[in-house]
Design a protein around this ligand. Structure first.
Ligand code: DQA
Length: 146
């Protein structure tokens, strides 16, 4: 049987605290809740999810490289706070040919001015933001259709 397409779902700093972290902004779903739903959604489409979280910038960069080396179909990336600061993550997105979809629970454009700049957007194929945990599901839906 041919390998099923894999979609990496990479989550940046503080997202391990989802569920209790500023629930009025990010909702009450935990990262495990989100992972479980994405897993079902991918499985139903004959794909698999590789779901990861790190508080360290370099891990996200290594995992973007790994997505390329492994022949991943796409990456969903919620780089969290690094979205607004990390040229190194932008460089990693540009260094790979795997399409990267930017995901946010909140809509950074409706929040503080410092969140309006996204380095990730400069390399991402599309942005899904402001729909809470659903942002991930919408992004996965598009990624599965590639
Ligand atoms: C976030 C938005 C970012 O501005 C923030 O730093 C996060 C979470 C979101 O999913 O809404 O940590 O990426």
């Amino acid at each position: 049987m041919a390998d099923r397409p894999t979609i990496f779902v990479l989550n940046g700093p503080n997202l391990n605290l989802l569920g209790t972290r500023e629930p009025e902004i990010y909702g009450t779903d935990t990262l495990d809740d989100i992972a479980g739903r994405l897993d079902d959604q991918a499985r139903a489409a004959g794909a698999v999810i590789d779901f990861r979280q790190s508080n360290h910038e370099g891990h996200l960069i290594d995992w973007l490289h790994e997505a390329q080396a492994d022949g991943a179909k796409a990456v969903l990336l919620n780089a969290a706070g690094f979205t607004h600061t990390s040229i190194a993550i932008l460089d990693a997105i540009k260094a790979i040919t795997v399409p990267v979809f930017e995901v946010h629970l909140s809509d950074p454009h409706q929040r503080e001015e410092f969140r309006h700049l996204s380095y990730v957007s400069m390399g991402a194929k599309a942005v899904f933001a402001g729909h809470g945990a659903k942002s991930y599901e919408l992004a996965l839906d598009v990624a599965l259709q590639l």
